[in-house]
Ligand binder design. Sequence first.
Ligand SMILES: N[C@@H](CCC(=O)N[C@@H](CS)C(=O)NCC(=O)O)C(=O)O
Length: 207
Amino acid sequence: MPQDPIVKLFYSPPSPYVRKTLVAAHELGLRERIELVPAAAHPINRDRTVVAHNPLGKIPTLLIDDGTPLYDSGVICEYLNELGSGNLVPQRGVARWSVLTEQALADGILDAAVLVRYETVLRPEPLRWNDWITGQMEKVTSSLDQIEQRAARFGDRVDLGTIATACALGYLDFRFASLAWRDKHPNAAKWFERFGARASMVATRPE
Ligand SMILES: N[C@@H](CCC(=O)N[C@@H](CS)C(=O)NCC(=O)O)C(=O)O
């Protein structure tokens, strides 16, 4: 029987951070409990509806049942994990720190890639700075090298580390296809082929 939504998520389908939270929700069986509220987060033309709940004006922003806002994507995923009594984040020890570090690595790729996107799409052309773009893309490529090492040991793990990694790789496919990241990262490519076929990833693929 369908269940009523209990939380609201300010979202936009292309956002890889939003995708991370939705993949987590799917994996936890909570997707139906989330009402999606379209948002137009933008670093300059800020979405005032989002800002009213999150002064950073960023998505994802989640409103829980009593209206309390939660952000950012990592906090939302941990909240959903608790709500769904899931196992996406190990509670303690080496496993916990490793999963959270993998999330930070994947989010770091996204932070750099999204900044490059803003620089190339939003910033007026005369103000663009190529060295800065190159620096951000170097962050992406050196982080991909680290993912390549880790991916060899990912196996069938489904947790916040692997979900965040998959969303980062998916974003590179979506916005930076010419980077052709698979060419130099065969372990990551092989792993992503399997993980990317999960129902949670297929249902959240950006168009
Ligand atoms: N650290 C944040 C990053 C979220 C983020 O930067 N989202 C982008 C959309 S992909 C955004 O809201 N940008 C608007 C802005 O930078 O003001 C998270 O993990 O949720």
